[in-house]
Design a binder for this molecule. Structure first.
Ligand code: EPZ
Length: 418
């Protein structure tokens, strides 16, 4: 298992290009199942989850050709060869459940392993399944698999009990080929939802309201091929903003959509960080002193749960107490214990973390537990005295493209130990 070795104390200076959004690319790749024509997706991030998605889609009958040199992927599914997403793939990437809606819409059948929980929580998919039943599918669960079947999906009114990003995406994709109108209420408003809707519309789908809490889809008989450029990854961008902020750096991010980061920019300004945002670019200026600021994670446009771990690393360097409330997942403080081993002063109290700063962090051997927790440890290592070894960086590799190269290019002393 690869490790990262980081020497702290360097401030980040220069410019870094943000990759395409993993959480846009994954549903976009699943959308290829909805048509027999070719999809060309651009600005694909070359991260491990994308390669897992390739393996899964190939098993279902997709031709998937990456061109890593220009970050594109060509997808074609002339015929669905299998309707089953096997356990070994789903357990490594729960976003595999995103093939459920497209398979159901294209073939009338789907058999997908229950994803099971992960480090950050139980992560049920009950809201996805309830939605499919509303569209007329029969859904049963046995032997750890979800089996869904339906002659032809019929449009329906669906109100999500709670906001779910992939639930919204799954149902929206299924509804594009259903008979009649589907209205999704209490939908997720994340930019990735709007991005996948843009792709579906290019494919001939009739969708209104994506990016708001009510999405209306009028089913069509079939969808065509299309070309689509994936939006920049707002979570990678936020991660770099925080890295620049805590290292008293001056870091410019390019290929980024500042509008997708409003809550992160606002929060960082509250801690004393200066930021210049213009079209396609954000520059962050890390101050000598950081002020504490409380945080509550919320669905978009609130502060993203995927940025909470990174913010906690910053809070350890702020002069004072920061309260962090994690509202979305029930177990998303795994990074706290590792940060404490580096010298952070954090108290956990259920969904709340009380971070007392400023504490001097010292390098240590730490273990990554999930994708964003690993990013938090890298950020802490950048400001810690001495060397930090981050183990199990396969978590990082799932969602960050060439992170150590990007950090090294702006001054970090970081290397990958094979
Ligand atoms: C998406 O996961 C993202 N993944 C996650 O990013 C992100 O953390 C999450 O949205 C929240 O923003 C992808 O887009 C591939 P949810 P998702 O359904 O869709 C509960 C990363 O780091 N819920 O919005 O699985 C659920 O347990 C990953 O890239 C139900 O109870 O999240 C959670 O508490 C991590 N029943 C809350 O809703 C359901 O049927 C939000 O989950 C579905 C969800």
């Amino acid at each position: 298992m690869d490790k990262l070795r980081i020497q702290g104390g360097k401030c980040l200076q220069g410019a870094v290009r943000i990759s395409g959004a993993k959480n846009s690319a994954l549903p976009a790749m699943a959308a290829s199942l909805l048509t027999s024509e070719e999809l060309l997706l651009e600005n694909i991030p070359l991260v491990n989850d994308i390669y897992t998605a390739r393996r899964l889609l190939r098993e279902l009958g997709a031709q998937v050709e990456f061109d890593p040199s220009n970050h594109t992927v060509r997808m074609r599914v002339p015929k669905i060869e299998s309707i089953e997403a096997p356990y070994d793939l789903v357990k490594t990437m729960r976003a595999s459940v995103l093939v459920l809606g497209p398979l159901l819409a294209r073939t009338g059948k789907a058999r997908v392993s229950m994803p099971g929980g992960c480090a950050i929580g139980a992560r049920p998919i009950n809201l996805h399944l309830k939605g499919f039943e509303k569209l007329g599918a029969t859904v049963k669960m046995e032997h750890g698999y979800v089996e869904a079947a339906c002659e032809r999906l019929r449009g329906a009114n669906i109100v999500f009990d709670r906001i779910t990003v992939t639930g919204t995406e799954n149902l929206m994709m299924a509804a594009t080929l259903a008979e009649g109108r589907t209205v999704l209420e209490n939908s997720a408003m994340e930019p990735e939802v709007a991005d996948i809707a843009d792709l579906l519309i290019r494919m001939g789908a009739r969708i209104e309201g994506a990016g708001t809490s009510t999405i209306t889809i009028d089913g069509v008989r079939e969808l065509k091929g299309a070309t689509h450029r994936i939006i920049p990854d707002r979570i990678e961008a936020g991660t770099f903003l925080i890295a620049g902020a805590v290292t008293e750096g001056e870091l410019t991010l390019t290929d980024v959509v500042p509008g997708h980061l409003s809550s992160v920019i606002e929060k960082l300004r509250e801690t004393g960080v200066a930021l210049d945002a213009e079209t396609g670019k954000i520059t962050v200026y890390g101050p000598h002193d950081l002020s504490p600021s409380d945080l509550t994670t919320r669905e978009y446009p609130g502060f993203a749960t995927d940025m909470q771990a990174q913010y906690m690393a910053l809070a350890t360097q702020a002069n004072g107490i920061s309260l962090i409330n994690e509202n979305i997942f029930e177990n998303r403080f795994m990074h706290a214990s590792e940060l404490m081993r580096m010298g952070a002063n954090i108290r956990l109290d259920g969904p709340r973390a009380i971070v007392a700063g400023k504490t001097r962090l010292t390098g240590a051997s730490v273990i990554a537990s999930d994708l964003r927790a690993s990013a938090s440890l890298v950020i802490a290592a950048l400001v810690a005295d001495g060397y930090t070894i981050v183990d199990r960086v396969y978590h990082l590799d799932r969602g960050y493209e060439k992170l150590e190269d990007k950090l090294r290019s702006v001054g970090a002393q970081i290397e990958r130990l094979k």
